[in-house]
Design a protein around this ligand. Structure first.
Ligand SMILES: *Cc1c(COP(=O)(O)O)cnc(C)c1O
Length: 352
């Protein structure tokens, strides 16, 4: 694939001070269009710009769209690294299939990500824990209000230099169990990375924030009994030394960090079970003192230890509200691999 590059003539000043997450964007973006005659065509890197779209575009009314989330890191030698990008691209196409969006050749998608990141490589921050967040997304651009899969699409990649998730070091979060609203059901779009899942979850998140909690723990949509995932993270429990995480049944997002955590722990000799786990089992373990750790996994925070759980007003404090040994090891080792500082036994870090 030949990517046309049009460089900005008015580069923006690089940010100084706190970066936050997803608030600042780089000088360039990637764009590529789809129509049935040409397929995906006209790949280009252009100055970052607003999109001009008809108000009747399918994406605005029926939410036919998808997105991905990954990061680029600068290592101590100034080399640019991605973390398991083919896993994100595989998931991008799995989401596309569910959303009736035409697939993208995986090597073209990788090339688009690489060239866009390298075009703005001087935007990758270098302070500890910082990175360049990469947001690929696709929107349906057919004009008209009839409900049908769009014939035309736009694929974009935008880049946001992002701060360290943990300004003051790894810190446990408080999570509330949601048992009124649900996020996904088997057969729905829970496994796909789509905006609609987030739109449906906002009300639970809002409720949690009002109660003073950081995020929601979603239960299964049918019985409200089994644990699905947390907000934008997959979830793990350490019970009596054994690591347990909900299995992929079509209702949870198959996280790249989740997969890496499982492989890494198994490689270290830990027993990891992927199975249904009920909220009752977690509370029983908390009560008999065998709930050693709970943590979330996701690209943004990598590992997020959970210090408090609230289920219908019943609160449990996990590991004394401190960071567990497994959480800390995973955080140190996985981020170590991402930044090219630690041994990479699985070959996960890709130098561009
Ligand atoms: C993206 C996402 C995750 C985490 O996936 P990673 O690939 O590890 O970043 C978990 N849950 C949901 C709902 C997500 O959208």
């Amino acid at each position: 694939m030949e990517i046309r590059i049009e460089r900005t003539t008015t580069p923006k000043a690089k940010p100084t001070g706190a970066l936050g997450f997803g608030k600042i964007f780089t000088d360039h973006m990637f764009e590529m269009d789809y129509n049935p005659e040409q397929g995906w065509h006209d790949p280009r890197i252009t100055p970052y710009h607003d999109l001009v779209l008809s108000p009747a575009c399918v994406v605005f009314h029926y939410a036919q769209e998808m997105f991905e989330g990954m990061k680029a890191y600068k290592d101590a030698e100034g080399k640019v690294r991605l973390f398991r990008p083919m896993k994100n691209i595989e998931r991008l196409n799995a989401t596309n299939e569910r959303m009736c969006i035409p697939k993208i050749d995986p090597m073209d998608a990788l090339q688009a990500i690489k060239e866009t990141v390298l075009t703005d490589a001087d935007w990758i921050p270098t302070e500890p824990g910082t990175s360049l967040y990469i947001r690929p997304f696709i929107i349906a651009t057919d004009v008209g209000l009839g409900v049908h899969p769009s014939k035309n699409y736009k694929f974009c990649i935008i880049l946001a230099p992002s701060g360290s998730y943990y300004a003051g070091g790894l810190a446990p979060v408080k999570i509330v169990v949601e048992d009124e609203y649900v996020r996904a059901v088997k057969g729905g779009t829970g496994f796909a990375k789509v905006g609609g899942n987030y739109a449906a979850s906002l009300i639970g998140q809002q409720k949690a924030e009002k109660m003073g909690y950081a995020q929601v723990l979603w239960l299964d949509g049918i019985e409200h009994k089994y644990i699905d995932e947390v907000g934008a993270m997959n979830v793990f429990f350490v019970i009596d030394g054994k690591v347990i995480t909900p299995q992929l049944e079509g209702n949870i997002l198959p996280g790249v960090t989740r997969d890496s955590t499982i492989q890494y722990l198994r490689g270290k000799g830990y027993e990891v079970e992927e199975r249904r786990i009920s909220i009752q089992e977690v509370y029983d373990a908390a009560k008999d003192g065998t709930l050693n750790e709970m943590f979330g996994t996701g690209t943004a925070a990598v590992i997020s230890p959970v210090g408090e759980l609230n289920w219908d007003g019943n609160k449990v404090i996990i590991n004394n509200n401190e960071i567990g040994a497994i959480s800390q090891m995973l955080y140190d080792d996985i981020t170590g691999i991402q930044y090219g500082k630690k041994e990479d036994p699985f070959g996960w870090s890709m130098v561009l």
